[in-house]
Design a protein around this ligand. Structure first.
Ligand code: SF4
Length: 397
């Protein structure tokens, strides 16, 4: 029986057998941004003053100090948002210090901050590096200034290049950038140029996402009025295909539908999520998954701050996924990992059933459609399955 490194098998409080992991991730949410991007449906807010940011930092430090530490080693910490670099670097350092004080963070933990190239200066990056952040993920999205303006980004292509170089200068050996394709009026040559520039910068990790137009965003409103000139499905598919091929040529292996990495630079925090493993979560709207309970915190920074500073319950929503839900989620999330896939041995060990016995009809159908394949104890998407990823994943819900 192969267990993930540092894990043990134990019955959970909710009856079924679970893998009790001795390592887990930790997510910290910083919900502030310079302003709201047209496509964004994250829990993020533009235009907050220094006073409310300071109060939020005090509040999240309070929440972290009350963390329920179950003894599991934290081997990844991820500051996401929003824009973590929208708050002073010293404040991020203070929050990380609080995490280290409250939880057993491994000496070799991956500690990431997301960053906006428009709010990352050399001095701030040096503070972050000195505080222990060892991975930085820039939301670049494009190296085309017209496209950047079109999606309301605050930075230019030159600022993005400068930010990556400044991060290297500050001592970040592990640098990731996010790029988006399928943007309004985006052409294939523009996308090709963006990917080439990312590769030229020599970053360690590339996240390349297709734009998804969400209701309630600026783009959602325009799309509803028929005023969002998106590239068609075929052109978007060509962009995806170019990204895959070019990344592979440049030595970036695809390990998840939208993520590519140089050897050994996979985002370990995301691997925790995709394996459907427990994690801590702190901050407004942050989700944690501990002891079989998925808990979402109060969404708005103001309500969250008041409650956290008063030591009150921060829960906006709590869900205890049934075993059936846990199994379906484990399949869906595992299939996102294009190399690792769903580890059938780990699945059997966790749920006492093999997915092939649980979903014989679905697995036979998806296999005959060429969307998934089983190799030894790994069930993963095929090349065609990656392209049509959603189809295979929803089969298990
Ligand atoms: S910077 Fe990121 S989190 Fe903030 S509004 Fe833009 S897309 Fe959303």
């Amino acid at each position: 029986m192969d267990l993930p490194r540092g894990s043990a098998l134990a019955p959970s409080r909710h009856g079924e057998y679970n893998v009790t992991l001795m390592t887990q991730g930790c997510y910290v949410h910083i919900p502030f941004c310079a302003h709201k991007c047209a496509y964004c449906d994250f829990n993020s807010y533009g235009g907050h003053g220094a006073g409310s940011i300071e109060r939020y930092v005090d509040a999240i430090v309070c929440e972290i100090a009350r963390a329920d530490c179950d003894g599991a080693i934290v081997d990844t910490v991820f500051f996401g948002g929003g824009t973590p670099t929208a708050i002073p670097a010293e404040s991020e350092a203070r929050i990380l210090h609080a995490v280290r004080k409250a939880l057993p963070v491994a000496a070799d933990a991956e500690i990431t901050t997301e960053a906006n190239p428009g709010s990352s200066d050399v001095a701030g990056l040096a503070v972050l590096r000195a505080a222990g952040f060892n991975r930085i993920s820039f939301g670049v999205q494009s190296f085309d200034d017209d496209l950047l303006r079109g999606v309301d980004r605050i930075h230019s292509a030159q600022e993005a290049r400068d930010a990556v170089r400044a991060a290297r200068h500050a001592g970040f050996e592990n640098v990731s950038i996010d790029l988006m394709y399928g943007l309004p009026r985006q052409t294939l040559p523009q996308w090709v140029e963006t990917v080439e520039q990312a590769i030229d910068l020599g970053v360690d990790h590339l996240s390349m996402y297709s734009l998804i137009v969400e209701q309630g965003t600026g783009f959602g409103v325009l799309a509803a009025k028929g005023r969002l000139p998106l590239p068609g499905d075929d052109l978007t598919a060509d962009m995806f295909e170019f990204a895959r091929v070019r990344a592979a040529e440049a030595g970036y292996g695809q390990y998840e539908i939208s993520n590519y990495t140089l050897p050994g630079r996979e985002c370990r925090q995301n691997v925790h999520y995709w394996r459907n493993e427990p994690y801590h979560g702190f901050g407004a709207g942050a989700v944690s998954y501990q002891d079989g309970v998925r808990r979402t915190r109060l969404l708005t920074p103001s309500r969250y701050s008041v409650a956290a500073l008063a030591g009150a319950d921060l829960t906006a929503e709590a869900e205890v996924p049934t075993v059936e839900q846990q199994m379906a989620e484990t399949m869906m999330l595992g299939l996102r990992m294009t190399r690792e896939g769903v580890d059938l041995a780990r699945f059997r060990q966790r749920f006492n059933v093999d997915p092939r016995d649980k979903w014989p009809v679905e697995i036979a159908r998806l296999t005959s459609q060429g969307l998934i394949e089983v190799e030894g104890d790994v069930l993963r998407l095929t090349y065609r399955g990656v392209f049509l990823g959603g189809e295979a994943m929803i089969a298990f819900i």
